[in-house]
Design a protein around this ligand. Structure first.
Ligand code: FUB
Length: 317
């Protein structure tokens, strides 16, 4: 009997180990090599672009921002450093985090966190060169409650642009037509249940989706939830029940995402980071892409972090 118990437990441990190994093997490859987090994905013309945070230092001490491009979402090309804080920005030196890009009036506007302020730089091309548009932060550190980080800019069909930002609270305000000004008296601050940071906004079939990350980015439970509204500034109602994106098995800390639609199709993808596999943590994260789907009512279905992204084609002119 004693031997039977030992054999049973040995077999159990062996199969558990095999299961874990299979899990590791099945985690899809990253789309960017190395450690990059907070990917902001966008499509301009015939190419997709990713603007991430450079990871790999405790306390996220990165000082510059890079840009990556792809024709099919699978194969990504390193473009270059598009903003180097010590060189290009006079008011911040490090903690180059979580950028976002928006296109309006023939210009590309690049919003970025730097030393817990938010700045904005402008360029004629998605790959830069970007120039500090204001010579000072667009949102100053400690201006509101929480950290002044994680900008997101959504440009609506009528051309009106909206800035969303903040850790702790989600702050939102309409931007001026110049994309680099706003009326601070008009800022709306909300805190949907579970909201921590990393807001992202998009529109589908007339409905506005505000998405965000919950928990701390160093927590393996880091995940993404969302709310919807009939207007870009809300009121937003949280979709309860499940996180849209959440780690599973060897995939941990999946969050701080962005979403892109394939032009001309109702086909959507979510770019996000997870702890590096193997051996990652909240300072060593890697960038992935998975398909994102909706049900008939427009609810976002849970993303499968083990589903590989397949090559897509952009057919627009
Ligand atoms: O990458 C640095 C910070 O970690 C971001 O600003 C947060 O959203 C979190 O992902």
């Amino acid at each position: 009997m004693r031997y039977a118990v030992i054999i049973f437990f040995s077999l159990f441990l062996l199969s558990a180990n095999a299961y874990c190994q299979a899990d590791t093997l099945h985690a899809p490859a990253t789309v960017l090599p190395g450690v990059f987090a907070d990917p902001h994905i966008a499509v301009f013309g015939k190419k997709f672009y990713i603007y991430p945070t450079t990871d790999g230092t405790e306390g996220w001490k990165g000082t510059s921002f890079t840009c990556w491009s792809s024709k099919n979402l699978v194969k990504w090309k390193y473009e270059k450093v598009i903003l180097d804080l010590p060189k290009d920005i006079g008011w911040a030196k490090e903690r180059a985090w979580a950028p976002a890009i928006a296109y309006k009036n023939g210009k590309y506007y690049y919003y970025f966190s730097a030393d817990v302020n938010i700045g904005v730089a402008v360029a004629d091309k998605p790959t830069g060169p970007f120039k500090d548009a204001l010579g000072k932060p667009l949102v100053r550190r400690a201006m509101l409650k929480g950290q002044m980080i994680d900008p997101m800019v959504f440009v609506d069909d009528d051309g009106a642009a909206y800035l969303y930002f903040g850790q702790g609270n989600c702050n939102m305000v309409q931007l001026g037509d110049d994309m680099i000004s706003y009326d601070s008296a008009k800022i709306i601050s909300i805190k949907p249940k579970g909201y921590n940071e990393g807001s992202f906004v998009f529109k589908r079939n007339g409905k506005y989706y505000l998405m965000w990350s919950e928990y701390d980015t160093r927590d393996p439970r880091y995940s993404v939830a969302y709310a919807t509204a009939d207007s870009p500034l809300g009121p937003f109602v949280k979709a309860e029940g499940y996180p849209v994106l959440k780690g599973k098995g060897v995939v941990k800390g999946a969050g701080h995402h962005s979403v892109v639609k394939v032009p001309g199709k109702d086909e959507w993808y979510i770019a996000y980071h997870r702890f590096k596999i193997p051996g990652g943590n909240g300072y060593n994260r890697e960038t992935c892409i998975s398909p994102m789907r909706f049900d008939k009512e427009g609810n976002i279905l849970p993303v499968d972090v083990f589903e590989k992204v397949k090559a897509v084609k952009i057919h627009n002119k």
